[in-house]
Each structure stands twice: as structure tokens, then as C-alpha cells.
Design a protein around this ligand. Structure first.
Ligand code: IMP
Length: 208
């Protein structure tokens, strides 16, 4: 196995986030763009886990490389887990991040502050095509970040639902903190920290 790892995302911000957090000097991290892959995997799963596995397998089989994929989103208790796996598509196509934030606030306007609990969830999946022992191997790791949906957007950092995701222990929304600070508390940051260990184990074992 060569020392290459494919980050299965078309989102250049996410690829950079993965590079920053994985910090793996001896492994060459490649993006879909680096490989010229424009194909979009169909995220038809009902859970973050299913979608994360779909993306890891589709791009791992296309490239033949060890592949790391993720699926993430926002789950609001009082909305029975919505927007959930549809976070990026909430309200339909053609809406901006700001439009989706406004739609969520509108759908929650009757909900009192004591019932606005929510969490960001990320599931990362590492797919090892042609793993000698198990043929094709999948390793999935989840991370969560708890918060409360604010009444109005605050802050301009981050993306998606960050301006309305208030973290009580920080006294701020995730749009008011730096990307480094967010890495240390975020759903993706927590999952990536654990996944980094799995990736290191895999490449160390294969280089023995
Ligand atoms: P994915 O790229 O299919 O995983 O979609 C993730 C969607 O969930 C994004 O488009 C955002 O709407 C939302 N989301 C996931 N993580 C975050 C985050 O850290 N901050 C804000 N929104 C997020």
C-alpha cells in the first residue's frame, strides 16, 4: 500500500480542515480535485453513518485508494432531529446558508429557550479497498457537539448553521470563535482526532 490517502470531499474548505487536523507528514493527502474526480456520490442514506459509508466506498472504489469521507449535519431535538441528513439541502435547492438559517429560525419561532437543544453530528468513515484480511474494510467514528439554537444569528466565522449554534460553555456561537478553537470542540474535530489514530495505525502496520 502506498502512502496516499484520499479525502473524499468536493468542498475545498473541508479538505483544508482535514489536512490541518490530520497533520500526517508521511502520508500524501489527496483531494477529489487532485485526482480529477468530478462524480457526485448520491447521498441516499437515512443516517449520517450510511451516507458517510456510501461516500467512502464510492470514492474508494473509484480511486483504488484508502479513502476518508464524512457526513455531518445539525440535529434539533424539538424538530425530531431535523434538519439531520438534509442539513445541506434544508428547504430545497437554491437556498443560501443564510436562507437555511432563517428557515430554521422561522420553524422554531414558537419553541421556548428551554427546548432549543441541538447537536452537530459528524460521522467519518475510512474505507480500505482490498484489505488483505477482510477484503474491503470500513472504520467509522462519530463526533458530536452540543449546543442551543439561538434566537438570531450572531458572528461571521464558519459556515452553515454556525451563527445560530450557541455553545453555553463558551458563551458564544460557533460563528464567534476561531477555526482553531472550533477544531477543539467541534463534532468533526473530535471525530478526526480519533480517526487520526486509526489512520496512523493503518499506515504504520503496512510499512512494518
Ligand atoms: P455534508 O457536507 O453533506 O456533510 O453537509 C453538512 C451540512 O451540515 C453543511 O452544509 C451545514 O449545513 C451543516 N453543518 C455540518 N457541520 C457544520 C458546522 O460545523 N457548522 C455549521 N454547519 C454545519
Amino acid at each position: 500500500m502506498d502512502n496516499k490517502l484520499l479525502i473524499a470531499s468536493h468542498n475545498s474548505g473541508k479538505v483544508e480542515e482535514f489536512r490541518r487536523m490530520l497533520e500526517l507528514d508521511s502520508i500524501e493527502l489527496l483531494s477529489l480535485r487532485d485526482l480529477g474526480i468530478t462524480f457526485e456520490a448520491v447521498e441516499c442514506g437515512k443516517t449520517f453513518q450510511e451516507n458517510s459509508e456510501i461516500k467512502a466506498k464510492v470514492y474508494g472504489n473509484l480511486s483504488g485508494l484508502v479513502t476518508l469521507a464524512d457526513d455531518s449535519g445539525l440535529s434539533v431535538d424539538s424538530l425530531n432531529g431535523d434538519p439531520g441528513v438534509r442539513s445541506a439541502r434544508y428547504g430545497g435547492d437554491g437556498l443560501s446558508d443564510e436562507d437555511r438559517v432563517q428557515l430554521l429560525l422561522k420553524n422554531m419561532r414558537e419553541i421556548p429557550s428551554s427546548e432549543r437543544n441541538a447537536r452537530f453530528i459528524a460521522v467519518l468513515t475510512l474505507f480500505i479497498p482490498n484489505d488483505k484480511k477482510s477484503n474491503n474494510k470500513l472504520i467509522s467514528i462519530a463526533g458530536t457537539c452540543d449546543g442551543i439554537i439561538a434566537d438570531k444569528p450572531v458572528g461571521s466565522n464558519g459556515f452553515g448553521y454556525d451563527p445560530i449554534f450557541y455553545v453555553p460553555s463558551l458563551g458564544k456561537t460557533t460563528a464567534q470563535i476561531s477555526s482553531l478553537e472550533k477544531d477543539s470542540i467541534s463534532h468533526r474535530g473530535k471525530a478526526l482526532k480519533k480517526m487520526r489514530i486509526e489512520v496512523q495505525k493503518l499506515y504504520n502496520k503496512n510499512n512494518d
